[in-house]
Design a protein around this ligand. Structure first.
Ligand code: FES
Length: 165
């Protein structure tokens, strides 16, 4: 099976006013969360959580990256502009990155983005960076469940602010 180019994968995640379905009146808020996960650790953990039938929230859509160091901040912004209420970035533990220091680069980039986003009215709690190793399926499921609960508490993203980005 051939892999789709990353931009094409991103395109499938974009929710436009035309493709966004209206929530049922009175229905509880269900956040849309995009997760950029590293192929070597967190993606494997997500797979393990799935095959082990661990209970996890269905609100998260995974985008598999070779390394968190490849997560350009513009992908995160694009996901938020495209309808995501939050973005999770998760990869190998510090010292375990298969590309030596990709996760350290991701940590610096996410930290900067979290400082910038509040200036545009976006709560920095909508971005989360975690480290989940390949054998930590339970940790992945717990992270997804915790983050979904946090975003449910925050409520939907204020889309009126997004055109400022
Ligand atoms: S290879 Fe997993 S974070 Fe770099």
């Amino acid at each position: 099976m051939t892999e789709k180019p990353r931009e094409e994968n991103m395109q499938e995640l974009i929710v436009t006013p035309e493709t966004q379905s209206e929530p049922m009146p009175g229905a509880a808020f269900e956040p849309a969360i995009v997760a950029f996960v590293c192929n070597w650790c967190t993606y494997t953990a997500a797979d393990l959580a799935g095959t082990s039938r661990m209970v996890q929230s269905p609100n998260v859509r995974l985008v598999r990256m070779m390394c968190t160091g490849m997560v350009d901040p513009k992908y995160i912004i694009k996901a938020l502009l495209g309808g995501a209420d939050a973005v999770l970035i998760s990869g190998c533990h510090p010292g375990d990155c298969h590309y030596i220091n990709g996760n350290y680069k991701a940590r610096r980039r996410v930290k900067l983005l979290m400082e910038i986003l509040p200036r545009f009215g976006i709560d920095s709690r909508r971005i989360k960076l975690t480290w989940v190793g390949a054998s930590e399926g339970n940790e992945f499921a717990a992270t997804v469940n915790r983050f979904t609960a946090e975003i449910k508490e925050l409520g939907p993203i204020d889309t009126r602010r997004l055109p400022l980005l």
